[in-house]
Design a protein around this ligand. Structure first.
Ligand code: 13P
Length: 420
């Protein structure tokens, strides 16, 4: 289904992946998803892997997100991470109010609202999670709980900021349990959230805000979920830890054109296999005949084993047409597959050329002097120093076509800034 809002598929890696594992995963995703332009792809590694993952995906179509941040900007907050620190690694999204934090760290709506405000102040896009427990649902309280979380977590957030906020509906009973909400259940709550956004803000906010679904999203259910009118993406946990399954979720969420091409190829392959089986049966049926040979099956004697030569009997005629269809299908499939892999190769080469053109940096030994990234007014993107053609070339359209917030030239040395 075509939607006005651009889909956003984000992987929440939670407390998984060492730096080495994170790099393996993100390299695989880059390889598999390099051609995807139709939607936004975000990975949210643990804090410890942000810098390496950020370097790996810079100039790719994959964006970086964090899993949490402090509501404070600086100071005596042991163990906390401020928005500005995230921006040093070109983080653009931050998950806030995940049910695991609401539950285990007892984060309140008021605290989440302060974090959402702090994220906007730093021009990070918050992904605000809401969702009911199984008990809430069974008690018929789903809407009341979701409404309370939504209203509380967006308290004090302006209309402009709300449009830049992503809501993730994650029913707690579906997280990590393998129990996905049915697409109807999810759609109902998404439509409800959209209607609440309209009453909290206005129709434009309701229309523009992207609402992701999260909770046991897998390659098999992604397409069905994404086809719902109010579901604008997915926040994926377990299935985002594997290259294949996250890539499949992304690819299965695109409609059209890649899925269309895959469907056509799949359908033609199926017909090809059926025709092949029919051909084999037809040939076997005709082999016991006198003067048997492959040529007989196609209408000729052993010496005329050329397709169609002298075909006379009805069976030989059918065999001849089946052979023709078989050949045509095989050719069509080869052409379609060549088109697909040629497209992938071209994009891979472009990416390799871009990487080669980039000047290697030596951050660990020679930190270039920098100043902290520019903070712009809430809800707007920071001004960027560079908008190189190579970086733009690989930008998805729409929202992600914005230039990543690159640190501005420096007056103060910051040895931790790896991207200067
Ligand atoms: P699962 O996809 O593992 O159910 O996790 C969902 C989630 O919590 C994403 O934030």
């Amino acid at each position: 289904m075509e939607k006005d809002r651009r889909l956003i598929i984000a992987g929440n890696w939670k407390m998984n992946k060492t730096v080495a594992e994170a790099l393996d995963l993100v390299k695989g995703l880059k390889r598999n998803l390099i051609q995807v332009k139709e939607l936004d792809i975000v990975v949210c590694p643990p804090f410890t892997a942000l810098s390496e993952v950020s370097r790996e995906i810079i100039d790719s179509n994959i964006r970086l997100g964090a899993q949490n941040m402090s509501e404070q900007s600086v100071g005596a907050c042991t163990g906390e991470i401020a928005a500005e620190f995230l921006k040093e690694f070109l983080v653009r999204y931050v998950i806030l109010g995940h049910s695991e934090r609401r539950q285990h760290q007892e984060e309140s709506n008021a605290l989440i609202a302060r974090k959402v405000a702090a994220a906007h102040a730093a021009s990070l896009k918050p992904i605000v999670c809401v969702g009911e427990t199984l008990e809430d649902r069974e008690d018929g309280k789903t809407e009341a709980v979701v409404e309370g979380q939504l209203t509380g977590s967006l308290s004090g957030i302006s209309t402009g900021q709300a449009k830049e906020t992503i809501i993730a509906y994650e029913p707690v009973w579906a997280i990590g349990t393998g129990k996905t909400a049915t697409s109807e259940q999810a759609q109902d709550v998404h439509a409800f959230i959209r209607s609440k956004l309209e009453s909290l803000y206005d129709a434009a906010v309701a229309k523009q805000t992207r609402i992701q679904y999260g909770g046991s999203v897998k390659p098999v259910n992604a397409r069905e979920l994404m086809s719902q009118p109010d579901i604008d993406g997915a926040l994926v946990g377990g299935a985002s830890l594997d290259v294949r399954s996250f890539s499949d979720i992304v690819n299965n969420s695109i409609w059209p054109p890649n899925i269309m091409l895959s469907l056509v190829i799949g359908f033609l392959t199926f017909i090809l296999v059926v025709i092949c089986a029919i051909l084999m049966v037809l040939i076997l049926v005709q082999l016991p005949k006198k003067d048997a040979g492959a040529g007989l099956a196609f209408g000729g004697g052993t010496a005329e084993a050329i397709f169609g030569a002298g075909a006379s009997t009805p069976l030989a005629q059918i065999t001849k047409y089946c052979a023709g269809i078989f050949l045509a299908l095989a050719l069509a499939l080869s052409a379609l597959n060549a088109y697909r892999s040629n497209l992938g190769d071209r994009l891979l080469k472009q990416e390799a050329a871009r990487q080669a053109a980039k000047t290697p940096t030596t951050p660990a030994t020679e930190p270039a002097p920098t100043e902290p990234p520019t903070v712009t007014p809430s809800g707007t993107e920071p001004e960027t120093g560079e908008t190189g053609a190579s970086a733009e070339a690989n930008q998805p359209e729409g929202e992600a076509a914005e230039t990543p917030p690159k640190p501005t030239p420096a007056t103060k040395p910051n040895p931790n800034n790896w991207f200067s």
